[in-house]
Design a protein around this ligand. Structure first.
Ligand code: ATP
Ligand code: MG
Length: 401
């Protein structure tokens, strides 16, 4: 039973319904999934007012507790919540067949005016309601059929389905859900460190792993004065843009100048980028260990540049014992750009500030390095000393969602 007697009716006239995602199909712990998703929803909704959030039969209900909640803001926030496959706004009305018809006519006027076919689907959790679900659907369907001459009923492939739900305190009317963000609730998939540059790729890679339920912390390597304060601001902006999806993000800004200058001074130019990347991996692993993260994430895509060949990835991956996730590895640049636009990071990513990788780029980078030659080039370096200095200089910046 979905009675909720200890709580009052929702304030305001609309509520939000969230349909949960794939844990329904998978063997994942359903309760854990639900609770994680509701906890994430609760945090994401904080800026938009006070809400009551609870789940019944794979639907999560988001109900305003006060009449002044920002429902547009709340709905947009929920459209970016991983774990939700579909969402809709529903309008409350009296538990009366006539009131339900009137609400459907006005609340769904746009959808119903534009469609040719429709059907009505009813559910009642209040079994004392005088009509059965089928009777209610037939009644509402008949009335809407009369009210909208453009509509005919189609039980199998309707363009619009009018959903009616008779619950404890009110009846609710809503249209078909719109697609949600999908994926798994952030936190279900453990924690990882994402290497965030200012480019197009790494924000998309971060987003893809967050979508699989991974809680992220970011590491950014900063090469002042070779890279400008604006370049760092850009990276922080990118992290901020990811927070509606990922929740609050900590960015660990690592001073990288000393390491880069040392490598340039003492190592073969053609190996510079790879040696630098290996330091990135080592330092990221150090950060991961401190925060209990179990993997690293990069925005590498096979063959995109010289440092992203299979041999190069083997060499960079060998610098860490953690798994390195490269969710973009099989994607074309166009696909990455499309995703980047969709998630809202593209316009910031293309701002023309230099990245630490673009300073001291070798003229002829080695595309088929061997681990032996890399290790030989590193033999003369004080790796622990260089790392310690970088790690001690880390600045942590928290971007609130
Ligand atoms: P992006 O668009 O993400 O910058 P890219 O195609 O420019 O990627 P590279 O510059 O070769 O590729 O970097 C490969 C990956 O290494 C990046 O996706 C990112 O994960 C990581 N990386 C590069 N530079 C930095 C940096 N300054 N700080 C943190 N991570 C970095
Ligand atoms: Mg880059």
């Amino acid at each position: 039973m979905s009675t909720n007697k200890h709580q009052g009716p929702p304030a305001g006239e609309e509520i939000i319904l969230l349909k949960m995602g794939e844990m329904v199909l998978k063997g994942l712990n359903r309760r854990g999934f639900e609770e994680r998703m509701m906890g994430n929803a609760r945090r994401r909704l904080q800026p938009y007012g006070q809400f009551r959030i609870y789940s019944r039969q794979s639907i999560t209900y988001v109900e305003p507790k006060t009449a002044d909640c920002d429902m547009d803001g709340a709905f947009q926030a929920m459209s970016r919540l991983f774990g939700v496959v579909g969402l809709s706004r529903a309008k409350a009305c009296q538990k009366d067949a006539g009131a339900i018809v009137e609400t459907a006519k006005t609340y769904l006027n746009q959808e119903l005016s534009a469609a040719k076919t429709f059907k009505v689907e009813s559910k009642r959790s209040d079994k004392s309601f005088p009509l059965s679900s089928i009777q209610l659907s037939q009644y509402v369907g008949g009335e809407l059929d009369d009210a909208f001459p453009n509509l005919t009923a189609d039980m199998h492939h309707p363009e619009v389905t009018v959903h009616v739900e008779v619950r404890d305190y009110a009846a609710y009317v809503h249209a078909d859900p719109i697609p949600g963000a999908g994926g798994l609730p952030v936190g279900m998939g453990g924690r990882a460190v994402s290497l965030l540059s200012g480019g197009i790729d790494s924000p998309v890679a971060s987003w893809m792993m967050a979508k699989r339920g991974v809680a992220l912390e970011m590491v950014h390597f900063f090469s002042y004065p070779y890279t400008s304060p604006e370049a760092k601001e850009k990276v922080l902006t990118l992290a901020k843009l990811l927070t509606p999806w990922c929740g609050r993000l900590t960015v660990h800004v690592v001073p990288f100048t000393e390491i880069q200058e040392t490598l340039r001074r003492s190592c073969p130019e053609e190996l510079f980028t790879l040696l630098m990347r290996r330091f990135m991996m080592r330092i990221s692993q150090e950060v991961a260990e401190r925060i209990g993260a179990k993997g690293l994430i990069t925005g590498e895509s096979l063959g995109q540049v010289a440092s992203q060949t299979m041999e190069a990835m083997a060499v960079t991956g060998a610098a860490t014992t953690l798994p390195v996730f490269r969710p973009l590895v099989g994607m074309d640049k166009e696909e990455i750009v499309r995703l980047s636009r969709r998630i809202g990071t593209f316009d910031t990513s293309i701002l023309p500030y230099e990245d630490c990788c673009t300073v001291f780029t070798p003229r002829h980078p080695k595309t088929r390095p061997s681990l032996e030659e890399i290790q030989a080039a590193e033999a003369a370096l004080d790796i622990p000393g260089l790392m310690q200095q970088a790690v001690e200089g880390i600045e942590r910046i928290v971007m609130e969602a």
